[in-house]
Design a protein around this ligand. Sequence first.
Ligand SMILES: Cc1ncc(COP(=O)(O)O)c(C=O)c1O
Length: 294
Amino acid sequence: MSKELLAYVNGQYLPQSQASLPIMDRGLLFGDSVYEVIPAYGGIPFRVEHHLRRLDRSLNAIRVRNPLSTEAWHAVFDRLSAQLQGQDQSIYLQVTRGDSPVRNHVIPAGIEPNVVAFTAPLPPRDTARVLQGIRVITLDDIRWHRCDIKATTLLANVMARAKATDEGADEAILVRDGMAMEGTASNLFVVSNGLLITPPDSDELLPGITRDLVLELAADDGIPYAQATIDAAELAHAEEIWLTSSTREVAAVVALNGQQVGDGTPGPLWRRMDALYQACKERLRLGGECRDDG
Ligand SMILES: Cc1ncc(COP(=O)(O)O)c(C=O)c1O
């Protein structure tokens, strides 16, 4: 049997099955915590500075100090990822506000954050499967108004994903006030008249690391793009729809609410972007930078 992976908990490395936080942890009791998921290709964390910047942003928004320095985070990622010896993996980290002796909504003075992190292997890319594309449905966005914070308070996302699964779909696109915002765990792009469009940054969606990279790759490669609101009614007429995330990468949507998107196969602009994205990963694996500016 392979050896159990170690997880990081507040400065210690323990077998995952023995790693735990106190039941009075506010992450458990109130969802009072934030997280990141960082893919590591060939064991090398991808866009790690971007993830750490977003972590700082989330922590600032909930007024929790970052308990680790950048160097300390890197040391944790190195130690965790070394366990999977150069394999592709995804590193998960969570910072909770901490635990206190009693359960109370009021934030106690002097509370110290709790930190957990662990890694898990990422399955190798299955190109045939990727080329099949994904099926999505649209659902009402019943989440709160600070979706820009990467909080672990994900019940609405989990329920929407369950509904998608019930309907034979892979993801749900969430619609607020008639506008398509993002997926339950992914950002949204559409191609309309050859223009690549993603909804603009706002409190209502997560500033995805993959989304930013897709925009940078589009700029590098001369693909016209814009950040603009997307009317949910327009989705049915989109030439292409993509959903992006650190673990899904750039996924082509081939069916929306049971109707074919485009010709029902991943579109030409998706093929171009997927190739750019894969090339970026490959450069990282070979010890280079994903893009010139890293
Ligand atoms: C709600 C939501 N939007 C977007 C994303 C994509 O973000 P990233 O590209 O940083 O993984 C995620 C990732 O989990 C998410 O949960």
